[in-house]
Design a protein around this ligand. Structure first.
Ligand code: SF4
Length: 262
């Protein structure tokens, strides 16, 4: 089945946003252009041209996103409008979601799904040292006294939290791994290590803001489980992270093989 089904919330809202722009265009035209001549007519023409230009770019971006999802191939020449549509319209999409009473969580989950599918449509293979794994601090067992954000070697891999299973992955594949307490530390790691791609583990909200921050850098998002509520002893399946690492360093999903953590 075409992998668009799970993504329909975000795509639907994106389409609605385009209609909103088209409506704004029609409104400006009908309200002001038909009025008396003079300076108002010139301002209207400028406004109509600006909105029309935005609408064309958004339309191209939307077409690129849908084509890429359906064909599972990267539409290279539409990448710029796709990034523009993806990032710039996000606040409008969230606002429209509120109007339609769709929860923020649902939209953000859909956004991450769409993003991951678009990243997977890109071909290519990275050397491991250009890949960064970003983990949230909330994966660490709350009672653990070891300071792993400053140095991951402080983790004794006692088995009480998934961090102990994730660190061997970075060693096995030779990829960078950082544990961040928030967006600032994550941004610092990206700035310092200058990766070509990122595998990020976080909740939907943090993944969304991280993905938007990093555009055009490809980010594969892996959502963490929150059995004890947000930001507290969260969990991620190490296999899911391993699969994302292998996607980047082996150049696609077809080559994924399983290697369990020590
Ligand atoms: S695996 Fe053990 S030592 Fe490592 S962070 Fe988790 S609780 Fe702490």
């Amino acid at each position: 089945m075409i992998p668009v089904i799970k993504k329909r919330i975000y795509l639907g809202l994106l389409a609605a946003t385009m209609l909103l722009f088209a409506g704004a265009l029609g409104y400006i035209w009908l309200t002001f252009f038909q009025q008396d001549g003079g300076w108002l007519r010139y301002i209207t023409i400028v406004a109509v041209v600006a909105v029309l230009a935005c609408l064309i770019v958004i339309g191209l971006g939307f077409a690129g996103i849908v084509l890429s999802l359906v064909s599972e191939k990267n539409i290279t020449f539409l990448n710029k409008p796709m990034n523009f549509t993806f990032s710039l319209l996000y606040p409008v999409v969230m606002w429209l979601g509120k109007v339609f009473k769709i929860t923020q969580d649902k939209i953000q989950r859909s956004f991450v799904e769409v993003n991951n599918q678009l990243v997977k449509a890109k071909q290519g293979k990275l050397t491991p040292d250009r890949l960064l794994i970003l983990l949230p601090h909330c994966l660490q067992e709350r009672e653990c006294p070891n300071r792993i954000t400053t140095n991951t070697e402080n983790c004794t891999r006692c088995g009480r939290c998934p961090v102990g299973d994730l660190l061997p992955l970075s060693e096995r594949y030779g990829v960078h791994l950082r544990i961040a307490t928030g967006g600032t530390l994550a941004r610092e790691a990206v700035k310092k290590l200058r990766p070509r791609a990122i595998v990020a583990v976080a909740c939907e909200r943090d993944l969304t803001s991280g993905i938007l921050d990093c555009i055009p850098l490809p980010v594969l998002g892996v959502t963490n489980d929150r059995p004890h509520g947000p930001c507290f002893n969260t969990y991620v399946d190490p296999d899911a992270v391993e699969k994302a690492i292998l996607f980047f360093i082996q150049g696609g999903e077809g080559n994924v093989f399983h290697v369990s953590a020590n």
